[in-house]
Design a binder for this molecule. Structure first.
Ligand SMILES: Cc1cc2nc3c(=O)[nH]c(=O)nc-3n(C[C@H](O)[C@H](O)[C@H](O)COP(=O)(O)OP(=O)(O)OC[C@H]3O[C@@H](n4cnc5c(N)ncnc54)[C@H](O)[C@@H]3O)c2cc1C
Length: 159
């Protein structure tokens, strides 16, 4: 029986690992990637998206084909509960996934902020293309947070 590896979250580490994992090392392993949406958006290109240098198709990985190309499968859903004793993960869509080993790479959320009418957060990044679109066409857009990401986004917006 192949062992089942469950990769929770399509973060950078998981996508790189899937891409670089050799066929020999994957032998006897069945793996599944779980992530809330069909795409993973690459944050290093968000500013270029804001500036209009890229289209949204340029800055994302389509997870289903990516997984199939590398010999695994993809399931859409967010992990809401992990039971290590029973070795199972429950998703927000009601699926129960069993695993022999699980790896978690679900990224971070923007601290202390919540999206509301007219306010959008960049992390998690599922809605980034919509956020960027709204910001680009807003009459008076404001970027809150002066970390590298905020400054980069503000300058791109100005450009
Ligand atoms: C505007 C901006 C620009 C940036 N530019 C750079 C840069 O140039 N270079 C750099 O090094 N860093 C940059 N960063 C920081 C970088 O985005 C993060 O450090 C990096 O994304 C963290 O990677 P990660 O794999 O941990 O998570 P993420 O890239 O956030 O990936 C997490 C994945 O897990 C999924 N997920 C979330 N919750 C669940 C769940 N419950 N169940 C299943 N899946 C889930 C998400 O949908 C996502 O696909 C930038 C950030 C921003 C906001």
């Amino acid at each position: 029986m192949p062992k089942r590896l469950l990769l929770v979250g399509a973060g950078h580490a998981h996508l790189t690992m899937i891409r670089d994992w050799s066929d020999a090392d994957k032998k006897d392993t069945e793996w599944i990637l779980l992530s809330p949406g069909p795409y993973h958006y690459y944050s290093g290109m968000f500013s270029g998206l804001m500036e209009g240098l890229y289209e949204k198709e340029d800055v994302r990985v389509e997870l289903g084909p990516f997984c199939r190309r590398h010999g695994g499968s993809f399931l859409e859903g967010a992990a809401v509960k992990i039971d290590y004793r029973k070795k199972q993960v429950q998703t927000d869509r009601g699926d129960i996934l069993y695993f022999d080993a699980a790896s978690i790479n679900i990224g971070a959320k923007t601290a202390g902020a919540s999206a509301g009418p007219g306010a959008h957060v960049l992390k998690p990044a599922l809605e980034v293309p919509d956020t960027v679109e709204r910001m680009r066409f807003a009459e008076r857009p404001a970027v809150i947070g002066s970390g590298y990401g905020g400054v980069e986004m503000a300058l791109s917006l100005q450009a």
